[in-house]
Ligand binder design. Structure first.
Ligand code: APR
Ligand code: PHB
Length: 389
């Protein structure tokens, strides 16, 4: 079996890459260890930056997004019992769209299958060889048979726990945070239209949503938290306390999903090894404060698709050689922004009063100064692809 680009992983990175390549007449095969059902229902963040939405529109993937996505023109920072709105449109002239990551994945899978794309789910024992000049991906199919896929290039879009990154020795930059997020999805109509990031003496809380019927909420908890210690009533009480602000009410409802997510910052450099190119979570992780994960994955594969298109057209290696450095500029901007939002909004577990006063000062400045608010808005809504960092 042969293809031009062998893609590991059917997350946003792998699927979008396959779509962009197909538009340029380049064939690819996507190999995924999980089932289609599983990847379509994995609950993740749901904020699309402005450049992400523009790209999805440009490449014909935004029909449902434009119908069902929720455009937001601002976000709130909530502290000391007061809600402060950051008006994106006023500050930077662009907003964000709330649309669940699994909806993006569903749309991508539907588009690839409609175009005859080759997506192979439930593969196992994936191994890479020949990465210097003649890559081969070997794997076991769902039928138990072993297969070999020869390709010109391998795209490692297999997420943080994938195998691609282990194929070489990138330099790794890593930070774990001393807290995690307890997230719930609740069948409760949002009582406000926009997201609120709250910093409270008890810890961080986030108010988000998925649709006019579904609220998505998070609480800062210790990293070793057992969800069993958080019955629904305790979660609602704590959300009520941390999100409290004048005129705000929280709608409660049945909890549809509950889980604890760890927080880390991680970057692997470079993002290329011979004919292997890493993209998305395989190469970098951000803590979820700021919701940059999927947006970065999408920015990576845009750069990769352009470089591969030029290379397959005989245009030389320049784009491929620049791939890692180009992506890493945006990656480090997002790493900084996510770390900054995280540090400003989460309580340190030791309750250090000096840190708390610095955080409150930073929060007050961010909402009071147009320059500071603009910086938040510019990063949150997404710097233009190919510029600004
Ligand atoms: N071979 C093939 N696929 C694999 C392998 C493997 N050895 N190991 C893991 N995978 C699959 C995973 O099952 C997953 O479906 O790779 C996929 C990677 O997808 P994501 O984790 O969604 O990563 P990515 O496409 O880079 O998207 C980044 O995902 O983690 C979130 O919030 C993050 O929004 C960000 C986005
Ligand atoms: C979400 O809606 O899941 C969400 C929103 C904003 C974040 C993280 C997650 O920063």
């Amino acid at each position: 079996m042969r293809t031009q680009v062998g893609i590991l992983g059917a997350g946003p990175a792998g699927l979008l890459l396959s779509h962009l390549l197909a538009r340029a007449g380049i064939d690819s095969v996507v190999l995924e260890v999980r089932s289609r059902e599983y990847v379509q229902h994995r609950v993740r963040a749901g904020v699309l930056e402005h450049p992400t939405v523009e790209l999805l529109r440009e490449v014909g993937l935004a029909d449902r997004l434009d119908r069902e996505g929720m455009p937001h023109e601002g976000v709130s920072l909530r502290f000391e019992g007061v809600d402060h709105r950051i008006d994106f449109i006023d500050l930077v002239g662009r907003g964000i769209t709330v649309y669940g990551q699994q909806e993006v994945v569903k749309d991508l899978i539907a588009a690839r299958l409609a175009a005859g794309g080759d997506l192979r789910f439930e593969v196992s024992d994936v191994a890479l060889s020949g990465l210097a000049d003649a890559p081969v991906i070997s794997y076991t199919g769902p039928d138990g048979a072993r297969h070999e896929l020869r390709c010109d290039v391998v795209a490692g879009c297999d997420g943080f726990h994938g195998i691609s990154r282990a194929a070489y020795r990138p330099e790794v930059f890593d930070r774990e945070y001393p807290y995690a997020w307890l997230g719930i999805l609740a069948k409760a109509a949002p009582t406000r239209h926009e997201l609120a990031y709250a910093s409270h003496d008890n810890g961080f809380a986030l108010y988000s949503m998925r649709s006019p019927e579904i609220t998505r909420l998070y609480l800062q908890v210790p990293p070793d938290t057992d969800v069993a210690d958080w019955p629904d009533s305790r979660i609602w009480d704590e959300l009520g306390t941390r999100l409290a602000a004048d005129g705000f009410t929280l709608n409660e409802g049945p909890v549809l999903e509950k889980g604890v997510t760890g927080m880390r910052s991680f970057v692997a450099e470079p993002m290329r090894h011979g004919r292997l190119f890493l993209a998305g979570d395989a190469a970098h992780i951000v803590p979820p404060t700021g919701a940059k994960g999927m947006n970065l994955a999408i920015a990576d594969v845009r750069v990769l698709a352009e470089a591969l298109t030029a290379w397959f057209a005989g245009g030389g290696e320049t784009g491929l050689d620049a791939y890692s450095d180009t992506c890493l500029r945006r990656v480090w901007r997002a790493e900084h922004f996510s770390w900054w939002m995280t540090s400003m909004l989460h309580n340190s577990p030791d309750g250090d009063p000096f840190t708390r006063r610095l955080q409150l000062s930073q929060l007050r400045y961010t909402v009071a100064s147009r320059a500071a608010a603009t910086s938040l808005a510019e990063n949150y809504t997404g710097l233009p692809h190919g510029g600004g960092c």
